[in-house]
Design a protein around this ligand. Structure first.
Ligand SMILES: NC(=O)c1ccc[n+]([C@@H]2O[C@H](COP(=O)([O-])OP(=O)(O)OC[C@H]3O[C@@H](n4cnc5c(N)ncnc54)[C@H](OP(=O)(O)O)[C@@H]3O)[C@@H](O)[C@H]2O)c1
Length: 326
């Protein structure tokens, strides 16, 4: 029997329950996908808790998965039953064993890509693609600061930025995470639990500061991060792992060095098929050339998704987190 996770009341990890899932026949322009591996992303916790509102009473979390096609609707020519496919920017509802998706949102996985290099990271690859290639075109002259460098997005970011040649300073909360970040290409690591990261950035950059800060931690790092930037530097506040970033007094950006600040979201950079095709082409080619791979730190069965959320929210995970479907 097909299963899905649902959230009725917004709240903690235990607000996710597993129920039977009844699927209709696949409609026109759609495909039915049997999931193998479902990525757990921080955004799933924001949907579950209510930080990012969903305007239906009950919903199934999850934005990404890998699986294969079990049925095609009318007017679907680019896919056939058995094709290995993935999707990485929703729509929400991937925490289930099987689902129906519009063909426009799904991408065929080339034969040379194995599950290991993509698992749990489809949304994160797309994120790193737009952060590095679209939002601000990094060059080898850049020195950047990335918070939570041993996390899911962090390890992919380190590998991708190494292909550009820029220098990465990464923050982590333990020595073990620091070693992992270094292994994946982070040039300098700062343990921001024990050290003042702003002081350390100052030392590493000889007081020049960094050209870009990528801050997915939010509340606990935002203001100090602004002080790590060089003149006309760019603050990319892209997440809320410790809570939403605090309010910003725009006038403060002048004395800090004429800074730029942006709060980007993945969907604004991947809201059409053309952009997604460009992104997947680049991602698959970097994986093929062995420049980048997913680092799956932990795998949970679908029915243990509450534990996966608990661990992600309590900084117990490394790299990407995956739910497996039997
Ligand atoms: N805007 C976008 O388009 C977009 C897209 C994808 C992801 N994101 C954001 O990117 C960030 C990383 O996402 P991810 O899914 O790959 O998560 P992740 O980095 O695997 O996990 C989050 C990490 O944040 C750090 N952290 C610092 N303070 C924390 C706290 N109080 N509670 C929990 N974690 C804390 C932890 O690393 P340490 O233990 O090393 O501190 C933790 O492992 C998230 O904020 C997510 O929302 C944004």
């Amino acid at each position: 029997m097909s299963k899905k996770i649902i959230v009725k009341e917004r709240g903690g990890p235990d607000s996710m329950k597993i129920v039977d899932n009844v699927l209709n026949e696949t409609p026109k322009d759609c495909v039915k996908i049997k999931h193998d591996l479902i990525g757990v992303n921080f955004i799933d916790t924001y949907h579950r808790s209510g930080l990012y509102p969903i305007d239906t009473n009950s919903f199934t979390p999850g934005m990404e998965a890998i699986g294969y096609i079990t049925e095609i609707g009318d007017n679907v020519e680019d896919f056939k039953v058995g094709d290995k496919v993935c999707y990485g920017n929703g729509p929400i509802g991937s925490y289930c064993s099987e689902r129906i998706m519009e063909k426009e949102t799904v991408f065929k996985i080339p034969n040379y890509i194995d599950d290991k290099s993509l698992a749990g990271s489809v949304l994160r690859y797309l994120t790193v693609w737009y952060l590095v290639e679209k939002l601000y075109k990094l060059t080898k002259e850049d020195v950047v600061l990335f918070h939570a460098a041993a996390g899911g997005v962090g390890l992919l970011f380190c590998q991708w930025v190494k292909t550009v040649g820029a220098t990465i300073i990464g923050t982590v909360s333990s020595d073990e995470k620091g070693q992992l970040a270094k292994k994946f290409g982070c040039d300098y690591v700062i343990n921001y639990k024990n050290e003042n990261f702003q002081k350390e950035v100052n030392k590493i950059t000889d007081k020049k500061g960094v050209s870009v800060v990528y801050d997915g931690v939010g509340k606990n790092t935002f203001h100090e991060s602004l002080k790590c930037l060089s003149k006309k530097g760019l603050m990319v506040s892209f997440g809320n792992a410790s809570g939403p970033a605090p309010d910003l007094n725009v006038s403060s950006l002048g004395p800090l060095g004429s800074l730029f600040v942006t709060r980007p979201t993945l969907l604004d950079y991947t809201n059409n098929r053309k952009d997604l095709e460009e992104a997947f082409l680049k991602i698959f080619s970097l994986i093929k050339d062995k420049k980048i791979t997913s680092n799956v730190g932990q795998v949970y069965p679908l029915e243990k998704c509450s534990l996966a959320h608990h661990d992600l929210e309590n900084r117990l995970t490394k790299g990407s987190t995956v739910l497996s479907v039997k």
